[in-house]
Design a protein around this ligand. Sequence first.
Ligand SMILES: [Zn+2]
Length: 105
Amino acid sequence: MQTHSLFTDTRRSPYVLLVSYETVQLGLKFEVRLESLTVRDAVIATCPSCHKRFTIAPHTLYARYHPLTPVLTIARDMKCRRCGCSGEFGWYIVRAKGPEYPRPA
Ligand SMILES: [Zn+2]
């Protein structure tokens, strides 16, 4: 199990929000659709050319794609902000760790 700590930028806020993330497998790569992502998730995409890593919140993807779009298709659509490469990005999904609370239906 791999854990990540994101949002540790203390320049914007005096408070440090330390959130642990773990890699989750939501199914076979070609099966995972945008609608499978929850607010606890983030897509970590890596540029195939310069290997720059991007952390993408699901709500930014929801603004551009249909919920049934496979994440694989979205990864093919990505363009690197650093080098401009638009090949197929490598990606995986991380989920914030924490207690699961029962949610109303
Ligand atoms: Zn790049």
